[in-house]
Design a protein around this ligand. Structure first.
Ligand SMILES: Cc1cc2nc3c(=O)[nH]c(=O)nc-3n(C[C@H](O)[C@H](O)[C@H](O)COP(=O)(O)OP(=O)(O)OC[C@H]3O[C@@H](n4cnc5c(N)ncnc54)[C@H](O)[C@@H]3O)c2cc1C
Length: 382
């Protein structure tokens, strides 16, 4: 691992690396791969991976603070971090000791990764997934089609989820909802990665569809010992993604708050700074409240992760939901404060507005999070 400093110094280093690049990358729809590999080789794309595997070994709170910082600079870079972290977390949680030793050093050593669950007919309802993972001797064969996989355009390794079928190629997919996660090198014959055209936001995050046509990999690329129920499998991987997106949204809110406050303090209308007009001041107060609330729910959720609290699952869903909703509303508020000054591509609040909206759709949409939270409430009261 190269000598890249830790903590606040890492944040400063990322600030220097991103510099004023985010807008240009957004317009181009591409991140510099050299930057991603630089961050990856330094262990910063999946900083929770333990040092034994070349990682930074950060706890959830410190990784979250770093993620928020990156999110305040560039949501596309933060999205790639989320994907890399989710892939690493899946290997760490589901893989055997041998698989952790085989794959994690690659993920902390510059290889880029993405995690694919979604399919055309399986978005919110991942139990409708039809991608098959079929055992064939000492290999497995994957057939299916994943959509909208963040960072897949850049990825060397794909962590893909599918229904598991033991052997017989003619048989229907496994009865019940059992599935597997498989590590697939992106250059394996039969893998075709196609960019998603013109995404609304996080435009440089490398979203892509992945067609899998008789993709054969060694059986030891299938993570873990035995098939797991699909909901458990995907929830394990998504848990990390939810925390990462939640902290990324805190970053979006901080960027918006800074931009809105600066503008309201300097732009004058009706003979006074905008911030002196009470209705504009209210926008700033709401934006501040949104940022602070999101920060607190994320801190609480990370504490649950770091203490191994039984509240971890619900705290994570709550953090994701509150942060994404606040970021979408907060970014819209920031555009309101800047008005024409922020109403064009090229301004950070315009980019934040587009990026934040997407955060309400992914890793459990607003509605999916609300359903999970409602189930928690009903379960607690039963
Ligand atoms: C920017 C972006 C990045 C993504 N990255 C990845 C990735 O890295 N890997 C990956 O596998 N996938 C990824 N996805 C896909 C993402 O996970 C899905 O878009 C998401 O799960 C929603 O699925 P859908 O788009 O098919 O919407 P649908 O499932 O069709 O839902 C449409 C709307 O209906 C609502 N809805 C659906 N069912 C219910 C219900 N029962 N009750 C109430 N409301 C409901 C939803 O909340 C949503 O508002 C990404 C998508 C986007 C946009």
């Amino acid at each position: 691992m190269p000598d890249v400093p830790a903590g606040e110094e890492a944040a400063a280093a990322v600030t220097a690396l991103v510099a004023d690049g985010a807008d240009g990358w957004d317009r181009a729809g591409l991140l510099p791969v050299g930057l991603l590999r630089h961050l990856g080789t330094a262990g910063w794309l999946c900083a929770q991976v333990p040092p034994a595997y070349g990682g930074r070994g950060l706890n959830s709170a410190d990784n979250g603070a770093f993620t928020a910082h990156v999110g305040s600079l560039c949501s596309s870079v933060r999205s790639v971090m989320t994907s890399q972290g989710m892939a690493a977390w899946t290997v760490e949680r589901l893989g055997t000791a041998g698989q952790r030793a085989a794959f994690l050093p690659r993920l902390t050593g510059g290889a880029l990764a993405a995690a694919g669950f979604s399919e055309r007919a399986a978005g919110s309802d991942l139990s409708a997934m039809t991608t098959r993972v079929r055992r064939d001797g000492d290999t497995v064969v994957l057939d299916g089609h994943k959509v909208w996989v963040t960072a897949a355009h850049y990825a060397d390794l794909l962590v893909l989820f599918g229904r598991y079928q033991d052997a017989d190629p003619g048989a229907a997919p496994a009865a019940g909802d059992h599935g597997r996660a498989v590590v697939v090198p992106a250059d394996t014959p039969g893998v075709r990665v196609t960019r998603v055209a013109d995404p609304l936001g996080c435009r440089a995050a490398g979203h892509a569809d992945i067609a899998l046509d008789a993709v054969r990999v060694p059986a030891d690329h299938v993570l873990g010992g035995s098939p797991l129920p699909l909901p458990l499998l995907v929830t394990t991987a998504l848990a990390y993604g939810r925390m990462s997106v939640a902290w990324g949204c805190v970053g979006i809110l901080r960027g918006c708050l800074t931009a809105a406050a600066r503008h309201a303090a300097t732009r004058e209308q009706f003979g006074a700074p905008l911030g002196d007009h009470q209705l504009v001041a209210r926008h700033l107060a709401e934006l501040f409240a949104a940022e602070q609330t999101a920060t607190r729910v994320c801190e609480h959720a990370s504490r649950c992760w770091d203490e191994g609290s039984p509240e971890q699952v619900v705290a994570t869903v709550l953090a994701k939901h509150v942060s994404a909703r606040n970021a979408a509303r907060g970014a819209a508020t920031a555009v309101q404060v800047l008005a024409s000054a922020g109403a064009q591509d090229g301004h950070p609040v315009a980019r934040a507005h587009r990026d934040a909206k997407l955060m309400e759709l992914i890793e459990g949409s607003n509605e999916m999070c609300q359903l999970m939270l409602a189930r928690h409430v009903l379960g607690s009261s039963a």
